[in-house]
Design a protein around this ligand. Structure first.
Ligand SMILES: [Zn+2]
Length: 157
């Protein structure tokens, strides 16, 4: 599998989140070519402000690998991580992050600021892409649908 394949897995999780009424964000964590963690946004489903895709994937990977240290892991996420998730990425020592689309409102790996360049004890590598367009389209479709009669009262961002 290559970068695109892994991001497609993250996109599939994002679509699942969207079907459940959550902002469609999905995440997978890969080690030695194998997916060891999966997560999707479940903020609405759980009524939990911290139920973001990245944190779910990090918990899943830590459990599977039997360690809180995710050395040698790459995290693929469809949307640029927020400050909370960027913190989780630093705390779990993830080596590399690849995100699909920038989040100008909350992104903390490039857009609002870049936490990975600050004076913390761990500095993940950060790349944008692949599949930026697909990742953007999943979010746009979701919010266009929300503006229709069904979801116009929902405030998700
Ligand atoms: Zn987050």
């Amino acid at each position: 599998m290559n970068h695109e394949d892994y991001m497609r897995e993250a996109l599939a999780l994002a679509r699942q989140a969207g079907l459940e009424g959550d902002v469609p964000v999905g995440c997978v964590i890969v080690k030695d070519g194998e997916i060891v963690g999966r997560g999707r946004n479940r903020r609405e489903e759980r009524g939990d402000a911290t139920a973001h895709a990245e944190l779910e994937a990090i918990r899943d990977a830590c459990e599977r690998l039997g360690s809180w240290r995710l050395h040698g892991c790459t995290l693929y996420v469809t949307l640029e991580p927020c400050p909370m998730c960027a913190g989780g990425i630093i705390n779990s020592r993830i080596e590399t992050v690849r995100y699909g689309v920038r989040d100008e409102k909350a992104g903390c790996c490039t857009s609002v600021l870049n936490l990975f360049e600050e004076r913390f004890n761990h500095h993940p590598r950060i790349y944008q892409g692949p599949l930026e367009e697909e990742c953007r389209a999943v979010l746009q479709d979701f919010f266009e649908h929300l503006r229709g009669p069904v979801g116009k009262d929902l405030k998700l961002l």
